[in-house]
Design a protein around this ligand. Structure first.
Ligand SMILES: Nc1nc2c(ncn2[C@@H]2O[C@H](COP(=O)(O)OP(=O)(O)OP(=O)(O)O)[C@@H](O)[C@H]2O)c(=O)[nH]1
Ligand SMILES: [Mg+2]
Ligand SMILES: [Zn+2]
Length: 329
């Protein structure tokens, strides 16, 4: 008798998938011939974080017949001529974009990662890592610069001396899936190891002689926290191509904004207005609904931050006036 079951992909090497059932049983999986025939692009195959369905055989092997509907899918453009997107991780809730405070700081690269996160349907959070290597003032300045450039996306400063679970607590819900992305050596595996006791990810050590790294992560792996939260560690991306559909050199922040400037009405809400360039781009498949949704969120956050800033200034003015008054008396 065959048993059909669902399991989550936690690791992949070539065509072999390591999967874990809801009961925490580990199995190895391969896709069925029928599945293979129906798959046309890399994203049609299971990727880490996917829930897959299949039939159990030999007590610990799964013949994968289907991928369960994905909540989100992170992809990047593949190197070379192909326009296919390479899937990175599925069903992610929060993408932690890691940038280290010591030498990795680069807002353009950050923008690209943000773009990937937005396109995926997951929420981005920026982690400024290794803040122990700079002064507190420098860390604050960098964090402010990031905040200014990204308008409203959470920025969290961390370093290995901190309690990471406490720092990231609100994102580590039992059913949540989080992923760490960012350049090689920014501390993604160190973060993973701190959060997951049994992760034992080898972390990159930098050789003194040639400053080349060892133990750099080469494969994506999914780990579970005791509460059920899933954590995916990824290898540092050397080049981060933006998923196809957009020119690679286009700035993610500017694309939608410049499109919006060509709408017929200057106060266009990009909903049902005639002559809306944004909706037209969505219709042509050049822009995803998700991207517009994130743009709206960002706009709302921008407004919120502006209001907060105005409020703060008002409070400060009031205080200053009060001080003046006291002084006069
Ligand atoms: N000073 C300091 N060093 C850190 C911190 N976090 C990580 N490191 C060190 O930085 C090096 C790289 O850390 P990893 O965690 O391996 O970096 P990674 O992002 O996983 O790198 P890849 O796997 O190559 O993508 C290691 O030698 C860590 O010990 C930190 O907060 N402060
Ligand atoms: Mg690593
Ligand atoms: Zn419009």
């Amino acid at each position: 008798m065959t048993q059909t079951l669902q399991a989550r992909v936690t690791f992949q090497t070539r065509n072999l998938y390591f999967v874990v059932t809801k009961e925490q049983k580990q199995l190895t999986g391969t896709v069925s011939g029928h599945f293979q025939q129906q798959a046309y692009t890399p994203s049609d195959f299971p990727v880490i974080g996917d829930w897959v369905e299949g039939t159990l055989y030999d007590s610990d092997k799964l013949l994968i017949t289907a991928i369960c509907p994905r909540k989100s899918l992170m992809t990047r453009k593949m190197a070379g001529l192909t326009s296919d997107n390479q899937p990175i991780a599925a069903n992610v809730d929060t993408v932690f974009i890691c940038m280290s405070a010591n030498h990795d700081f680069n807002l353009t690269r950050l923008e690209r990662y943000l773009y990937i996160a937005w396109e995926s349907g997951a929420n981005p959070v920026i982690l400024l890592t290794k803040t122990d290597l700079v002064t507190e003032e420098q860390a604050i300045e960098m964090s402010n610069n990031i905040q200014e450039a990204t308008a409203g996306i959470p920025v969290i400063s961390v370093n290995q001396l901190m309690d990471m679970r406490q720092a990231l607590d609100s994102y580590l819900a039992p059913k949540a899936t989080i992923v760490f992305v960012g350049s090689s050596g920014v501390g993604k595996s160190t973060l993973t190891n701190q959060l997951v006791e049994n992760a034992h990810q080898k972390t990159k050590e930098v050789r003194k002689e040639d400053s080349k790294g060892r133990h750099t992560t080469t494969n994506r792996s999914l780990f579970f926290l005791k509460n059920g939260c899933s954590i995916i560690d990824t290898p540092g991306m050397r080049e981060i191509g933006i998923a196809s559909g957009f020119a690679e050199n286009s700035s993610s922040f500017e694309t939608l904004e410049s499109l919006a400037q060509t709408c017929k009405f200057t106060n266009c809400q990009h909903e049902t207005e005639p002559g809306c360039a944004v909706q037209a781009a969505i219709y042509r498949g050049e822009l995803s609904e998700e991207r517009l949704k994130n743009y709206r969120k960002l706009e709302a956050e921008k407004k919120y931050n502006e209001r907060r800033q105005q409020f703060k200034e008002k409070q400060q003015n009031k205080k200053a006036k009060r001080r003046e008054k006291n002084y006069e008396e």
